[in-house]
Write a protein that binds this ligand. Sequence first.
Ligand code: NDP
Ligand code: PYC
Length: 336
Amino acid sequence: MTTTITLDEALNLSISVLIDNGFSKNHAQSIARVIWACQRDECQSHGLYRLLVCVHTLRSGKVSPDAEPEISDAADTLVRVDARGAYSLLAFDMGRPLLVEKSRRHGMAALAINHCYHFSALWPEIEAIAAEGLVAIAMTPSHSWVAPYGGTKGVFGTNPLAFAWPRPGGQPFVFDFATSAAARGEIELHRRAGKAIPEGWAVDKDGNPTTDAQAAMAGAMLTFGGYKGSALSAMIELMAGPLIGDFLSLESQAYDAGAGATPYHGELIIAIDPKTFMGPDWTRHTDRAEALFEAIIDQGARLPSQRRYEARARSLETGTVTIPAKLYEDILALLK
Ligand code: NDP
Ligand code: PYC
């Protein structure tokens, strides 16, 4: 059973749920915009479902509903934003203008968000940076749910890695994926729907392969691409953890102390100005990038984000989104 609501209702409902539960208007708007965009693009694991997670995290006393982020101009090529124990999205919104300005001035720059709770997909952030004509890379740890290749106990987070390449006159080339075989949110959605998960996503608490979503959540998730995903996941732990002076996924899990709240750590976002790197010949080089995309599409393969852009066009055309009826009921129950 599903429920269809308008895009306007999806946004207003998200803001109301967050404000009713105590989030400040600024936080509610930054969070709701990203949740809404994910639902519009049919990214179910990070769409309206995340309202349940945000409210649970607030009610467990973990996330600040109203801390104002503190921005510091840490170096020529580094912006730091201390989220001060609140969700990451307002910190990103506030740090982005200085990141863009520094990238244009110096060719590249990084934004380090510290001390944030982080629940969101990364593509809305890097898409916003690509809209400024910049290349972007983002990464973040989570909780230590994922076993390293060859092991059976959680060490890594689901650690998403996202990349955006701006394209002249078109939507950017974007990928954004967990370095685990699937995002934790996908397993949670399978559990809610009473469905088995595919083989290769997880092992149970005794280290045996499982397709049971509940057993997977009690055991350990597996990396994508075996040892390659495992190494990438370790890189994300290091780059968005110790490098920016913030928690590893293991430390986030320990800090959670069984609350089952959103992970608490940092995020690293890097922006690169292609005009600075490519020099005066930059249009020739962007044409060469376009030739790469054509070589992919011409043989019937698709670009990452094509499904998402098609979903976006569909949602904008109908003016609606569709979610499981039970999820809609659970969200309405959060209103006060
Ligand atoms: P998916 O496996 O669903 O998709 C990952 C990427 O691969 C997307 O860019 C997708 O494009 C692309 N893709 C999928 N199929 C194909 C194909 N056949 N050909 C080309 N490209 C393809 O994502 P995950 O489940 O791994 O992650 C989902 C979300 O979860 C991400 O947005 C991530 O940021 C978020 N996440 C957030 C975490 C956090 O701590 N904040 C932790 C882990 C994940 P398309 O969308 O068009 O299908
Ligand atoms: O789906 O793996 C996930 C996730 C973790 C934190 C936010 N999303």
